[in-house]
Design a protein around this ligand. Sequence first.
Ligand code: KIV
Ligand code: ZN
Length: 498
Amino acid sequence: MDEKIYFFDTTLRDGEQVPGCQLNTVEKIQVAQTLDSLGVDIIEAGFPISSPGDFNSVVEISKVVTRPTICALTRAVKKDIEVAAEALQYAKYPRIHTGIGTSYYHIHYKLNSNPEDIIKRAVEAVKFAKKFVEDVEFYAEDAGRTENEYLARVIEAVIAAGATVLNIPDTTGYTLPDEFATKIRYLKENVKHIDKAIISTHCHNDLGMATANTISGVLNGARQVEVTINGIGERAGNTSLEEVAMILKSRQKELHLTSGIKTNKIYKTSRLVSSLMNMPVQPNKAIVGRNAFAHSSGIHQDGVLKNRENYEIIDPKDVGVKESSIVLTARSGRAALKHRLDILGYKLEKAELDKVYLQFLDLADKKKEIKDEDLEVLMGSFKREDRHIKLELLQVICGKSSVPTATVKVRMNGDVLSASATGNGPIDAAFTAVKHLTKRKVHLEEFLIQAITQGSDDLGKVHVQVKNRDKLYYGFSANTDIITASVEAFLDALSKIV
Ligand code: KIV
Ligand code: ZN
């Protein structure tokens, strides 16, 4: 049977420590609820002694989010622990996360102490926290740079004091994956009663090794991972939730490990956190970056179109992304161009495609990325696959002191139909008439008119997007008469609805 890895999310504590990422209580509740539906097991909701805002957020999250454990951070200080316990009073499953620095640097330069005193303070903190809650997690801050033998002594002492979870943070992101593996294995093999508690990883990304270290920890016996959405956190950040969740999912057969994360909610959660925290996701970020499922080189595009798995190890739908994207650039080949033109409704013979491809390359050398509207302009001289709705006549009355009225005649499946309507402008009137004729239930999602050059005799390009039964349909047209272009673009979109 696959063993479960517990996901401890610290987006609202370590993530929120990032300058500029602070959230108010309402936003924190929204994030906590989203983390709940994502399936995380423990939410670290804040550091209650640090500010009244943090205290309040832990209180409010505890009231509203009841499935996962709600955790509050403290130092190994009695007052911190009392305040955390008070903030957690409404939590269904409360956890206090207390701890102290254990590395040479922390003991001597930060805490001005000595190794024996640190063990004493760690034990006292755990015992004190146990007076309030059963579930007490202990962190040995800077465990990554703590000598293994000493770390084992600290951990053994806090287990005896009642710690239920043992957090082994690589606070400075310094450890190599192999060293971290050895550290966790050392604890597993040398600490008395280690099986009474769960070992947790908490890795920072200063050298880009947070996820690798976390996985090393898990492979050597850790059963809880401390992570954040999009990997946000102090300095270079924490281990990304999405990376660990997808490693476990994609390599489940080999690792025999599983988690409660509903991976198809990852993308939505990533975007929520990014927008609330004003923290953009880097485009090449694994799993959730804009380019994580975008293919741009010709060889890759061809390979993906033949079989997605040629170049994708994750199905984008598994993380909540609708589909992979083929980005058309100067490096794209004919296969990618043909694929996109097919979607837009242009079925080209080989010779036609060759011709358009040359024009495409010419344009792609001037523009970084070729979008659908560029292709539509490029295809101006080619006949689109026959649309079954065609504009036969359009007459509008508009201008100052008149009620905008439009009469539209269309040919649809061989019949010629006409209707008139009024609206708040000539385009609105014409669209209403078209809707009467086509009897399509559509919602206009986007309507954009652009001039190609700048004169009043300019050609107007119109892009529309309509929604029908949750599906979007795109329409385009270009004409010196922008009302005609608008109606044609609208009909173009409607024609695509089967
Ligand atoms: O990085 C760290 O060591 C921490 C502890 C407070 C758990 O965030
Ligand atoms: Zn941390």
